[in-house]
Design a protein around this ligand. Structure first.
Ligand code: PLP
Length: 396
């Protein structure tokens, strides 16, 4: 007999519950149980579940115009591109549907630029443990453990170096190198920051060697780290940036942003049926206009500090290895590989958490989360962590 979930293609194990409703930091399942959400669709719902500005923007736009074709301009597409370029160091934007697709665009743009300006150079230096998406090229660019043997043969041209090691980048640069690509904070790797001095030195090095610097801000962008974009905190100006996740506030939207000198696509090089779709870009406008309201990002940074302090206190009390991260992208470092058990116990207790590594918990709440909700999360987390550590002790 077919089970309730068996018409879906199996890709991963999911808990036996169906979510039906959300508001802010809270979710409700079909059985009426409530959950405090510190995953938020993997850092996607930056304004929480069903936020008023996004709901209203989508409803208004849906009533007016849902889709044209990328062969024509539409109003929200132009407004969002203007908003992004007015608030960043980039001059032009291409809209896509997912982070991976934006990164594919960045890889294509860098290769095209290499073909036009660098005698056919095409290699993009990326980082060990980096994550850029699940298409073939972005999996090839990623340095996620275990992926090196998946879906062979990979797309060639992505030599990898350790993060925060400038000498390794210098050693990897060759005649075929066209760019260096990295996340300002490696999210999937367990919230591992690129040091600010390293980013500054990398910018200087890439400029000196005539290479492009590409920042993947799919996870760190859109206010997540307390500034609109994470690269701004290092005081650098990259050549290319990709956005995803938070930019749509929950709807599929992503962006490839580039400086004028780099924009060399010709007709036919880049596209996609939904690029710049007015319904999605209207949601993006509502998100960005909210983030740009006076004081919004300062409050994100302050609440990020608050979350960090709560995690550090908890770590000290429970003998764990501390916390790291920036703004609303934080991690708790455990001394034992109990993260998955903590996540399972937290789910039973009505709290959604994420474990990117066996000994790391990641926190990606809505940027609008309250201090009270952070306190509630920390209390439940401490209970679940204590239980998980005791269970691990018992198991020996
Ligand atoms: N880049 C980074 C830094 C990410 O964290 C992710 C997703 O987690 C992606 C790219 C891929 O984005 P998407 O899943 O929207 O394709």
């Amino acid at each position: 007999m077919k089970g309730p979930y068996d018409s879906l293609m199996f890709i991963t194990h999911r808990p036996d519950l169906v979510l039906v409703e959300g508001e802010g930091s809270w979710l409700r399942d079909r059985a009426g149980r409530r959950y405090l959400d510190f995953v938020q669709g993997w850092a996607v719902n930056c304004l929480g579940h069903s936020p008023k500005p996004v709901v209203e923007a989508i409803a208004a736009q849906a009533a007016k115009l849902i889709n044209v074709s990328p062969a024509f301009y539409n109003e929200p597409m132009l407004r969002l591109a203007d908003l992004i370029t007015a608030n960043s160091c980039f001059d032009r934007v291409f809209f896509a549907n997912s982070g991976a697709e934006a990164n594919e665009g960045a890889i294509k743009l860098a290769r095209k630029w290499g073909a036009v300006h660098r005698g056919g150079a095409y290699e993009i230096i990326t980082t060990h443990n980096g994550f850029h998406g699940r298409t073939l090229a972005t999996m090839s660019a990623s340095g996620k453990q275990g992926w090196d043997r998946l879906f062979e043969p990979k797309v060639p041209g992505f030599p990898k170096v350790p993060l925060n090691d400038l000498a390794a980048v210098e050693a990897a640069i060759g005649e075929r190198t066209v760019a260096v690509m990295l996340e300002p904070i490696q999210g999937e790797a367990g919230v591992v920051p690129a040091e600010r001095d390293y980013l500054r030195a990398l910018r200087e090095l890439t400029r000196r060697r005539g290479l492009l610097l590409i920042v993947d801000e799919v996870q760190t962008g859109m206010g997540r780290t307390g500034s609109l974009f994470a690269y701004q905190q290092a005081g650098i100006e990259p050549d290319i940036m990709t956005l995803g996740k938070g930019i749509g506030g929950g709807v599929p939207l992503a962006a490839l942003c580039a400086r004028e000198e780099v924009c060399c696509f010709e007709p036919g090089d880049q596209g996609g049926t939904y690029n710049g779709n007015p319904l999605m870009t209207a949601a993006g406008c509502a998100v960005l206009e909210t983030l740009l309201q006076p004081g919004f990002l300062e409050e994100v940074a302050a609440k990020g500090e608050y979350l960090r302090r709560r995690l550090e206190e908890l770590s000290d009390r429970r003998g764990q290895a501390g916390a790291r991260g920036q703004g609303m992208l934080q991690a708790l470092l455990l001394r034992r590989p109990v993260a998955a058990d903590v996540v399972a116990r937290a789910l039973q207790a009505g709290l959604l958490l994420n474990a990117p590594r066996p000994d790391i918990l990641r926190f990606m709440p809505a940027l609008t989360v309250s201090r009270d909700e952070i306190d509630q999360m920390a209390a439940t987390l401490e209970r679940c962590l204590t239980e998980a550590l005791a269970a691990a002790d018992q198991a020996g």
